[in-house]
Structure formats: C-alpha cells, structure tokens
Design a protein around this ligand. Structure first.
Ligand SMILES: Nc1ncnc2c1ncn2[C@@H]1O[C@H](COP(=O)(O)OP(=O)(O)OP(=O)(O)O)[C@@H](O)[C@H]1O
Length: 346
C-alpha cells in the first residue's frame, strides 16, 4: 500500500493499515456461503434455494442454511438483498423455483396444513382491519389459531395490555409492531419467523422485545429473525448470515463473522510529536495527528504502541482499541460489494 492509497477518516486524520496482514475484502460476486455445517436436529433447512419474480429477476440466487431446534438465527443483508423473499419461502407463502425448503421436516408450501399450526409469522407489514380494537383483532386471529393463548396473556406478553380497548388505527407504529408480535405468538409456535420485528419501536420497546424473544428462545422456540439493526443481531443471534444480491456472503457466529476483520486502534498524537516518529510497524502517513491503525494482531500492535509511547514519553490522547464489530463487518461487505459491482459495470 502506498501513501496515496491511505484513506482519510472523517475527522481528517490518517488511517494506517498494518501491511503484512491478509486481505480483508469479500468477493461477493463469486462467493456463495453455505450456513448448513454441523447443524444437529435442523428445524429450518434451505438448500440451494432460488426465487425468481415475474420478469425473470432472481431475488434469491442459491441460498443454503440450516437452523437447529432452539436456535436463534439472524438473516442480515443490504437493502433488497433477498431476506424477505427467502423468509417468505420458509413461511410457505410461495414455493422456490429451485432447491428445497423444509420446516419441521415438511415442505412449508406443499404441506402447509402440517406446518402452519406449528409456526408463528410476523410479517414486515401486518395489515389489520383498522376499525377493530386491539382485543377484537387478537380474538379474530385466535379464532383461526388452534390452542391460542388467552387474549389478555398475548397482549401482556408484548406490553399492550393497557391498549386493549384502543382501535388499531389509533396505535402508534411501534404498538402495531407489538400487536403483530402478539398475533405471531398466539399459537405458542415451535418456530417463529420475525421479519424486522423492532422497526419503529423506541429504544425501550426494542429492549423489551429482545428480552421477550430471548425468553422464547430459552424456552425452546426456534427463531429466524431478519433485521437491519446490527446490534439486535449481535445481541440476540446464536448464528447469523449476511446476504447480498440474493446470496449469503458470510455466515457463522458473530465472533466468526468478525474474526476476519481487522481491529482498530485510534489515538491522537500531541502536536509536538510528528507521526513519522511512530515505530516502523505502526507508522502512518506523515500527515495529521489523529491516527487510526487497523490490525489483525490487536494485542501485539497495542503492546508495540504502548511500549513506544512509554519509552518515548508520548501521551496518546483519546486512545481507543477495539475488535471489529458486526457493523464494521457488514459495512465491509456492503462496500466491497459496491466496488466489485462498479468494476463489473466498467
Ligand atoms: N413481488 C416482487 N416482484 C418483483 N421483484 C420483487 C418482488 N418482491 C421483491 N422484489 C425484489 O427482490 C429483491 C429482494 O427483495 P426483498 O424484499 O426480498 O429484499 P430484502 O433483503 O428483504 O430487502 P429490505 O432489507 O430492503 O427489506 C429486491 O430487488 C426487490 O425489489
């Protein structure tokens, strides 16, 4: 890497990469990752699944993953990556154009009657009759659900007990999401599909929902979650997959997904200390006093930096060192995907 390649951060400082590290970019156009390895007792299985819409656009282009009983699996992805299109196949709302889908050992589309009573579905948009009250809506739904929970219990579960008599049209966006969740939980499902369950919820509502989802998972419910909130996936998911343009480009536990990304060390040098004085292995371009170092050897790099600072009597201002987050991994994927698309378009 030459100094011309060194990107500037938003604060106008310098980003230095430890150069003897493995490449971290993804080749999202070429890679299709399978997340089916070593899953014992799979409850949800997708194998080589494809879905094409009218006009021939392939929204799901060969997706494979499995979810074990009692596991919480998160499907993440860029906008339009194909998450909802995939989940709808698992929910039995459509059949795949190729590949196989199994839920609780059945084809959810062809054997809908065997699967539907055992799953709970929270769609991205519920669409309730707006004139009914919250209670009437739950009762109506309970009429089509075998072994439904009592209405009050379902509403208390999602923190809507105090809104029971309110008309649906008077609920806030966040309250409607909670009502959606109450309906998905009515039949005490073995498998729960949650499509962006906390969109529109405030911070407290989001945390309450996380708590509830965690309790359900701990009670043995298998959960497939799609979300745009990376913190949500990081907090809840046992494993996750990241989709882009119809394919899974990386999958695993949060630790596995972030392990390949470099950690960051940030600090500011006093104005009297030029960056060129940094040890050779950590040296940034000789401009700017805000330094960001990316490294795959966080402990060694930090050790080297702190030793140098102590021996040179230099105070590192605002020192911050952290491993890669899921958000960074995600942004890495989105960025390298756009770059490979730009190259392909040339
Ligand atoms: N009924 C449809 N007909 C044609 N194209 C569709 C249809 N539904 C979705 N698509 C397209 O398929 C692609 C995948 O959409 P999908 O909703 O599955 O993505 P997503 O990952 O859930 O997106 P988001 O995160 O933005 O909700 C998008 O390009 C979308 O425009």
């Amino acid at each position: 890497m030459t100094s011309d390649d060194i990107p500037r951060d938003r604060a106008g400082g310098t980003v230095a990469y430890i150069t003897d590290e493995p490449a971290t970019g993804f080749t999202t156009d070429a890679v299709t990752v399978s997340a089916t390895d070593s899953v014992i007792d799979p409850v949800i299985e997708a194998s080589g699944v494809r879905r094409r819409y009218a006009g021939g656009f392939e929204a799901v282009a060969g997706v494979s993953f499995s979810v074990a009983r009692g596991e919480l699996f998160a499907l993440l992805g860029t906008n339009g990556a194909g998450k909802t299109s995939t989940v709808e196949l698992l929910e039995g709302l459509a059949g795949p154009d190729a590949g196989t889908v199994r839920v609780l050992g059945h084809d959810p589309f062809r054997e809908r009657a065997a699967v539907r009573p055992r799953i709970g579905v929270m769609l991205q948009e519920g669409g309730f009759p707006s004139e009914l009250t919250v209670t009437e809506t739950v009762r109506m739904w309970a009429g089509c659900t075998s072994g439904a929970r009592p209405t009050g219990e379902a509403l208390e579960l999602v923190g809507l007990g105090h809104r029971a008599r309110v008309r649906v049209k008077q609920l806030s966006g966040g309250e409607r999401r909670r009502l959606d969740l109450a309906l998905a939980l009515l039949g005490r499902p073995e498998v729960l599909f949650l499509d962006e369950p906390t969109t529109g919820l405030d911070a407290e509502g989001r945390r309450d929902t996380w708590e509830l989802v965690r309790e359900l998972r701990d009670g043995g419910t298998t959960v497939l979650l799609t979300t745009h909130y990376l913190e949500e996936a990081e907090t809840l998911a046992d494993r996750l997959a990241i989709m882009h343009r119809g394919r899974i480009v990386t999958a695993g536990t949060t630790t596995e997904v972030t392990a390949a990304r470099p950690a960051r060390i940030r600090f500011e040098l006093p104005q009297t200390v030029p960056p060129a004085r940094l040890p050779l292995g950590l040296r940034a371009a000789a401009e700017g006093h805000r330094i960001e170092i990316r490294t795959h050897r966080l402990q060694e790099s930090l050790d080297e930096l702190l030793t140098w600072a102590r021996e040179s009597d230099v105070r590192l201002l605002g020192l911050d060192a952290r491993s890669a987050s899921l958000e960074e991994a995600f942004l890495d994927i989105a960025q390298s995907a756009s770059e490979s698309e730009r190259v392909a378009a040339r």
